[in-house]
Design a protein around this ligand. Structure first.
Ligand code: PEP
Ligand code: MN
Length: 416
């Protein structure tokens, strides 16, 4: 259903929105499910999901509505988002000090951004539920010749090669780990509001994760609210227009992010907006999280921005300078270079300014700890330096110092 039409300034390809049948928290089940988890025991999965349905919400509808109101201000250009946390959160990291350092990091970053931009900063963690991962390969072959499931996040299986069978019981664990994390976030925020980092005047930290595991997400959906997180996003690998994930996200009141990679066409982006935000006055309902790669922004992003502007939608534009700047070392370790990430942030900021659009936020994979997973020019310089504290379960995270330096570099660029 692709039609070419002529618009006054440019030629725009139009893709019709996905057909709008009656939405329910389970209407996604009739669509193709990308990245589905292959459970051996479907009955056990269903039993776990019935248990989950009875558990209390982790986030209440009024909190989701508050977030929607604040994100409306971001879409208007009156506020800015810092969103950050692990690629894959670990059950083992549900510890007070580790959570505290993540919350503190986001608070520092928001202070730096507030000073540079002169706007309120909305903090969103990739936290309290970022436990399911998409993978480019579903299976892994061991040196022994045995084939095992790829690691899919702690809600699904263990990172340990001996324990890779997807286990539905983990979904319940994930719910309780998320609840414990949320409780700790609340405690830490109270503590911070009495200390030098003054978060008193700010809203509380919002939680977010990728809505990858639809049986889990729909089990925690009450009416039009996904009560497992405030903000949820569709990944680059699960944003097919006619797919299950887009159908699931379509009916939610939660703010929705969509990852936009270098292969996304302007028409595909507009079609996603038409499908997920049928009412064009829903400012800030959708965040387009672009992850295009340093050096590739100017050849891809302007056409997307232009098409979105012509469509009449007013999404939030967030830049994820992580996922298209991942490289592998010769030893096969995934890493990122801080300078490349800053490069994509700057290019993205400039591309928006040139078109009268505005960047509304930054999305980062980071941790409050002193890890050595990404390169910078001071602390982690040689490939051997990566070895000393590489602990990520999935993609490389910025250490606290690197994450602050990156935000400072962006802040300095904006103030120039
Ligand atoms: C992620 O955010 O960890 C991720 C997998 O990103 P993307 O969907 O953009 O590749
Ligand atoms: Mn990642």
């Amino acid at each position: 259903m692709i039609e070419i039409v002529s618009a006054p300034e440019t030629t725009v390809e139009i893709i019709e929105p996905a057909s709008a049948t009656q939405w329910t928290p389970d209407s996604w089940r009739s669509r193709p499910i990308a990245q589905a988890i292959d459970y051996a025991d479907q009955l056990a999965l269903e039993q776990t999901c019935s248990q989950l349905r009875k558990l209390p919400p982790l986030v209440l509808p009024y909190q989701i509505e508050n977030a929607r109101q604040q994100l409306y201000q971001v879409a208007k250009g009156n506020a800015f988002i810092i969103q950050g946390g692990d690629c894959a959160e670990s059950f083992y990291d549900v510890q007070h000090d580790i959570i505290r350092s993540k919350v503190t990091l986001l608070a520092y970053q928001s202070q730096i951004l507030a000073a540079a931009l002169g706007k309120p900063i909305i903090r969103i963690g990739r936290i309290a539920g970022q436990y399911a991962k998409p993978r480019s390969q579903m299976f892994e072959r061991l040196p022994t010749g045995e084939t095992i499931h790829a690691f899919r996040g702690h809600n699904v299986n263990s990172e340990n090669p001996e324990n890779r069978e997807p286990d539905p019981q983990r979904l319940q664990l994930g719910y309780f780990y998320a609840a414990a994390t949320l409780n700790t976030i609340t405690q830490v925020e109270k503590e911070l509001s009495r200390s030098v980092i003054n978060t008193k005047a700010q809203h509380s930290l919002y939680t977010s994760h990728e809505i990858l595991h639809l049986p889990y997400e729909s089990a925690l959906t009450t009416g039009v609210y996904n009560t497992s997180a405030t903000f949820v996003w569709l990944g680059e690998r699960t944003r097919q227009l006619d797919g299950a994930h887009v159908e699931y996200a379509r009916g939610l009141r939660n703010p929705i992010g969509i990852k936009i990679g270098p292969t996304a066409t302007p028409a595909a982006v507009v079609a996603l907006l038409d499908t997920l935000s049928q009412n064009r006055d829903h400012y800030g309902k959708i965040s387009l999280i672009t992850r295009l790669g340093w050096g590739k922004v100017h050849s891809t992003l302007p056409r997307i921005i232009r098409a979105v502007q012509l469509s009449g939608h007013v999404p939030i534009w967030i830049c994820d300078p992580c996922h298209a700047n991942t490289v592998s070392t010769t030893c096969g370790r995934k890493t990122r270079i801080l300078n490349a990430m800053l490069g994509e942030l700057k290019e993205t900021y400039v591309a928006h300014r040139r078109l009268g659009s505005h960047l509304g936020g930054i999305h980062l994979e980071q941790t409050g700890e002193n890890v050595t997973e990404c390169f910078d020019e001071v602390h982690v310089v040689e490939p051997a330096d990566l070895g000393s504290s590489y602990r990520s379960l999935c993609d490389p995270r910025l250490s606290a110092i690197q994450a602050i330096d990156l935000v400072k570099g962006f802040a300095a660029f904006v103030k120039e």
